[in-house]
Design a protein around this ligand. Structure first.
Ligand code: FPP
Length: 237
């Protein structure tokens, strides 16, 4: 990445990138592999991209790994994704420590077994010493998150406001995403970070997620830095 962009990242102009990791199935199909194989490659790439983002100074990365709607997929594919997730829970601690990343899982954990929930918490606790955040959305839906945040605020006896609701979102430790990147040519949010995406810049690329490289991240960042963000105000205000 060129120095100018690195300097702008260091100055806090791009704090949070969120990725909608699409195209694993198409990548696998093009190679005569199973969809599960596509996700396996996608999981490797997710770690590489998260590491690269850390290297260029991005302090918050969020990935959409499994949505509340993904339960509608064929059982074999769901099984493959759950197996990958379980493997990640068992093996990621050392890699997170090497990359100094704090992992946080976004979504409803209630559907997972006690053992899975415990391992999610253990990984979160173990990595909590680091301040660079990797949010992994797993069994996540944006609408469900907003409902969850409202319920949590009410249960705490709070008024519903943007501030109280924001404080109960799964992403409460991260600022809103500055940039949302979606791969594989689709142009939808698909129930991802609905609340937080209010002023995010959206970047779509035809690259399939398993083909995603640091150079593609650089391109997305370059597009981001070429945009003018006014947050509803007039330019220059
Ligand atoms: C969308 O591609 C991708 C998913 C539904 C799953 C993404 C998951 C990973 C990259 C693995 C994450 C793993 C861990 C351990 C967190 P698609 O299958 O819809 O692709 P298609 O549109 O080409 O069929």
């Amino acid at each position: 990445m060129e120095e100018k962009m690195l300097a702008r990242i260091a100055a806090g102009e791009l704090r949070h990138i969120a990725f909608i990791m699409d195209g694993n199935g198409r990548w696998a199909k093009a190679r005569g592999l199973s969809r599960g194989e596509g996700h396996r490659k996608g999981a490797q790439v997710f770690e590489d991209i998260a590491e690269y983002c850390g290297n260029i100074g991005i302090r918050h990365v969020t990935v959409y790994a499994f949505s509340t709607e993904n339960w509608k997929r064929p059982p074999a594919e769901i099984k493959a994704l759950m197996r990958l997730f379980s493997h990640y829970l068992d093996t990621a601690a050392q890699r997170l420590a090497e990359k100094k990343l704090r992992v946080i899982f976004l979504g409803d954990r209630g559907v997972f077994s006690k053992s899975v929930r415990k391992r999610m918490e253990a990984l979160e606790e173990k990595s909590a010493v680091y301040d660079r955040i990797l949010n992994i959305a797993f069994n996540y839906g944006g609408r469900a998150e907003i409902v969850h945040a409202c319920q949590a605020a009410l249960a705490a006896g709070e008024e519903i406001s943007e501030a109280t609701l924001g404080a109960h979102l799964y992403t409460r430790l991260s600022p809103d995403p500055d940039l949302i990147v979606r791969t594989a040519g689709e142009m939808r949010l698909s129930n991802f970070l609905l609340w937080q995406a209010a002023y995010a810049e959206f970047y779509a690329t035809d690259t399939l997620w398993p083909d995603m490289t640091p150079a593609d991240v650089d391109k997305a960042c370059a597009a981001y830095f070429s945009r003018k963000r006014n947050f509803g105000a007039l330019p220059g205000e």
